[in-house]
Design a protein around this ligand. Structure first.
Ligand code: FAD
Length: 575
């Protein structure tokens, strides 16, 4: 029987599953695995990051963008602990990720050795599959299983590998199961589809809420809303499944949503939830019946009472729904929503003309949206970038949009950009972050330089945690600890070997975008932005009361009015 090092066989298994990139940082408890990756670098690239959190966030973004498993690697102990944030991002956004975590040598296990952390225990909550490898012969099989489980459960697999194990020789007789694996996609039943069509036929004001579960069913989703003249809302991470500027689109719903979406929701008489677990209950009309399509039976009725459930893959359900119903040529509810949306769009146009200093975020995002190529990848961070991105970027089905949607971790945009550029070197990638978010991971701008990943990073620099500033105000609290010390990010980018540009006006920003449509090095545009309020599309009563409370207390303390968004903006989004 031929013999092979366990580490080499493990890497062969990874390659058999099509893994071509590992994001990580070497170190003493993972050295033998890294050495195997060195031997197989023609098959699997190693992207060395400067902080393990970035490795895990990049692996998570890699999986969200491509649907293929993302892999990250670190030493045990501190490295594994650093990975956790990105692993939670993958868990919560249902992204298949495998984490290879080093460990002290087998004979030192459980001796309380240097950097020995009980990683299987540490990762128990984050992982769908979580094993300590105890014998070299099982290593390839456990890697195979780890990948399979990450796909099956759309979650995180963790393998903790004591560093001596991969170095042993084992019999070379393991067959990876990659060729045999197929994700189970439950098919829709005709009887349920026909029942759904009957409900749709009787409804006057049906509304679709489309989520990420329909990402692979872009064309069928579009056909569905067009065929039955349905207005639709997309969840924020589902942006662009159908073009955000489609005539039936109402944008998002929620704090970063639109007023027409909110009004449609509370005027509708039937809600059709497709591949979504949208969490914000106050924005869902609980008084109307709902049809829910989701492939996971545990998600049925999770957020809304359901009159009819289709436990099915979105593609299968939508294909049947499109095949079996009569075309609807327009409906008054759709026309009313469209009229509302035209008014909303004109307001959003006005907003971009408000008096300001520096670069106006609403205008800069609209400019990004207008000038981006058809195949751009948007990697957007958490903070006000999330709000302006949702509202002002019209994502197209040919583009990609990634964010930390459920964990909402700051610092996700740069790792997302690194992943996007690694997967698609030819596509333009925008990583858009606030100054607070970028500073959490900024050391890895140099990773983009090192691996020649010429993305464009846009930093909205307002020296503020602006999202929190407005959150405090809308809760009626005084602003505290939201100011940030200034960093010259352009200088920093240059120090890393990239291109750094400072822009202080809308015109300079537009010029920088134009200049760097085809960057040859990573570019960082450090934009001195105006502190523009990311107002909710529909300001609800509690928020209005919060702002009033904040304004009143501010006046009492400072004897002057606080800086507030234009009254017209507040009023029309409140009424
Ligand atoms: P998920 O929650 O991931 O749900 C996907 C569903 O699809 C799951 O139930 C899954 O079982 C199902 N599914 C998967 N594959 C299939 C398939 N093949 N067929 C059928 N079903 C399938 N979001 C908003 O929409 N509005 C907001 O205002 C908003 N504000 C936010 C603010 C911040 C600062 C941040 C960070 C995030 C915000 N989000 C907002 C995102 C929000 O937290 C949720 O992550 C998001 O709404 C969930 O979107 P989803 O339902 O599409 O995805």
């Amino acid at each position: 029987m031929l013999k092979i090092k366990a580490a080499d066989k493990m890497v062969q298994v990874m390659a058999a599953w099509g893994i071509d990139n590992v994001y990580g940082l070497p170190g003493d408890s993972v050295d033998t695995t890294v050495e195997a990756l060195y031997r197989h670098q023609d098959q699997i690239k190693f992207t060395q990051v400067r902080h393990e959190e970035v490795a895990a966030l990049a692996a998570s973004a890699h999986a969200k963008l491509t649907g293929r498993v993302g892999v990250c690697l670190s030493i045990g102990g501190p490295g594994a602990i650093h990975l956790l944030n990105g692993l939670y991002d993958a868990k919560m956004d249902h992204a298949p990720v495998v984490a290879i975590v080093g460990q002290v040598q087998s004979q030192l296990l459980n001796t309380g050795f240097f950097q020995e952390v009980d990683t299987p225990n540490l990762c128990a909550d984050v992982a769908v599959y979580n094993k300590l490898v105890t014998s070299p012969a099982t290593l390839p099989k456990l890697m195979d299983e780890a990948i399979r489980m990450a796909y099956k459960y759309q979650g995180v697999s963790v393998l903790t590998i004591p560093d001596d194990i991969p170095d042993h020789k084992i019999a070379d007789n393991f067959q990876p199961t990659a060729g045999q694996f197929q994700l189970q996609r439950p098919q829709a039943q005709i009887s349920e589809v026909d029942q759904a069509l009957r409900m749709l036929q009787h409804a006057q004001k049906p509304l679709v809420l489309l989520g990420t579960g329909a990402r692979h069913a872009q064309a069928a989703a579009r056909e569905f809303v067009e065929r039955y003249a349905l207005p639709f809302i997309q969840t924020m991470p589902a942006k662009g499944i159908i073009a955000d500027d489609h005539p039936n689109a109402l944008g998002q719903i929620g704090k970063l949503g639109t007023k027409p979406a909110y009004e449609a929701m509370f005027n509708a008489d039937l809600l059709i939830l497709i591949g979504t677990d949208y969490p914000y209950a106050p924005y869902l009309n609980q008084h109307i019946p709902a049809i829910q399509i989701d492939w996971d039976p545990s998600k049925i009725g999770h957020r809304h009472n359901v009159a009819l459930s289709l436990v099915a893959d979105a593609q299968s359900a939508l294909t049947l729904l499109n095949a079996r119903g009569q075309v609807v040529n327009g409906r008054p509810f759709l026309a009313a929503c469209q009229k509302n949306m035209r008014i909303w769009r004109s307001w959003m146009h006005d907003v971009q003309n408000k008096p300001h200093t520096g670069v106006l975020p609403s205008k800069m995002f609209a400019q990004l949206s207008k000038t981006a190529p058809k195949d751009v990848v948007w990697s957007v961070d958490v903070g006000t970038a999330t709000s302006f991105g949702a509202r002002f970027i019209d994502v197209q089905p040919t583009q990609k949009y990634t964010i930390s949607a459920w964990l909402g971790t700051m610092g996700c945009a740069l790792p997302g950009g690194i992943a996007a550029k690694s997967v698609w070197p030819q596509r333009l990638v925008y990583a858009i972050c606030g100054d607070g978010a970028f500073a959490m991971v900024m050391q890895d701008f140099v990773t983009a330089v090192k691996y020649n990943l010429p993305m464009v990073v846009v930093v909205l620099n307002n020296k503020l945690l602006a999202f929190i500033e407005y959150e405090q105000q809308s809760a009626g609290q005084q602003n505290y600890a939201v100011d940030l010390a200034e960093i010259d990010f352009a200088k920093f980018a240059e120090a890393c070997g990239g291109v750094g540009v400072n822009v202080t006006t809308d015109a300079e920003f537009a010029q920088a975008l134009e200049k760097y449509q085809h960057p040859t090095k990573p570019v960082l545009i450090n934009a001195a932005v105006y502190d523009e309020a990311p107002l909710p599309g529909k300001i609800v009563k509690d928020e209005a009361q919060g702002y009033l409370h904040f304004g009143f207390d501010y006046f009492k303390e400072n004897f002057q009015m606080p800086k507030m968004p234009p009254f017209q903006e507040i009023l029309r989004q409140f009424l």
